[in-house]
Design a protein around this ligand. Structure first.
Ligand code: C2E
Ligand code: MG
Ligand code: MG
Ligand code: MG
Length: 278
């Protein structure tokens, strides 16, 4: 079958495309059903973030997991996109909030005070009128264990920022919630616009961290981002640090914080706690 894409451009779909489409459709139906009826399929893992200068833990990023009995663990890249398309991102965040609240109710006192606890928010839900009520209890709990709530928003979706959206980001700021731009460098932020955004943190996308090491050893983009951040008084987090080489280079470049498989993989709450009490 051929389908019109844009004006006069045809794309021919193969049998494999059709199969992929069917799989995606089944996955999509399963996600919507699970969001409604199977809370046990959702869980959260936490990846520590470190101060690169000292090696001390700086915070945790909460990452949602979905394990379906038939499909197995589904990548968040896939299920977040489906939830966005099917307008179920609010329900997804409800599960995240429920899981984090439950995790924080045990052993949070075993971890240092002053940590950041970051959650990922889809830019499409920033202006959702239900968001504030959903996140308020979570922010409150995070503060009550002596930590700082953080919200990460992916840069690619930030380009069509409305006034409403900017206001919501400002409200986060007023409530003492740190706002970070995720996957920085992959989207369309202009300098003028970054200056106007009420954000405090840039998270450099891991493709630029990869380029630091290996054959290319290209520090230019990371250096440029650190320069922009310094001019705008923002903190920088490097994500996806996998090698000692990348780690060393980031320290030389005076990048503030980092996270990656080299230091720690995302782990369930109980496992994370045991990392700190051993
Ligand atoms: P992200 O926010 O940029 O999260 C970082 C991703 O990089 C995570 O993938 C993490 O496991 C992975 N990662 C961390 N260190 C390394 C490393 O050293 N090497 C490599 N190769 N990967 C590393 P994950 O958990 O699969 O999440 C993918 C994306 O899904 C996230 O990207 C985030 O945009 C989205 N996501 C995850 N949880 C949620 C959620 O609760 N809500 C929303 N809206 N999006 C979420
Ligand atoms: Mg993130
Ligand atoms: Mg990221
Ligand atoms: Mg990323």
């Amino acid at each position: 079958t051929a389908k019109m894409v844009g004006r006069a451009c045809y794309r021919i779909y193969s049998a494999a495309d059709t199969e992929r489409g069917r799989h995606r459709q089944r996955l999509s139906e399963a996600l919507i059903a699970s969001l409604k009826t199977a809370p046990g399929e959702f869980s959260v893992v936490y990846q520590p973030q470190y101060h690169l200068a000292t090696g001390k833990v700086a915070g945790l990023e909460a990452l949602l997991r979905w394990n379906h009995p038939e499909f197995g663990p589904v990548s968040p890249g896939d299920f977040v996109a489906i939830a966005e398309q099917r307008s179920h991102i609010h329900e997804l965040t409800e599960h995240l909030v429920r899981c984090v609240l439950s995790d924080l109710s045990t052993h949070a006192d075993k971890l240092p005070k002053g940590l950041g606890l970051a959650i990922n928010i889809s830019a499409r839900q920033i202006t959702d009128s239900r968001l504030e009520a959903l996140l308020a209890p979570l922010f409150e709990r995070i503060r009550s264990v002596g930590w700082v709530p953080e919200v990460e928003i992916t840069e690619t979706h930030l380009m069509n920022l409305s006034r409403q959206c900017l206001n919501r980001l400002r409200e986060f700021g007023e409530q003492g919630v740190v706002v970070a731009i995720d996957d920085f460098g992959t989207g369309y932020s202009s300098l003028a616009y970054l200056h106007a955004l009420p954000v405090q943190v840039l998270k450099i996308d891991r493709q630029f961290i990869w380029r630091l090491g290996g054959k290319s050893r290209d520090p230019r983009i990371v250096s440029a981002i650190l320069g922009i951040a310094e001019a705008l008084d923002l903190e920088v987090v490097a994500e996806g640090i996998e090698t000692e080489d990348q780690h060393n280079r980031l320290r030389e470049l005076k990048c503030h914080r980092g996270q990656g498989f080299l230091m720690a993989r995302p782990a369930p709450w109980q496992e994370l706690i045991s990392l700190f009490i051993d």
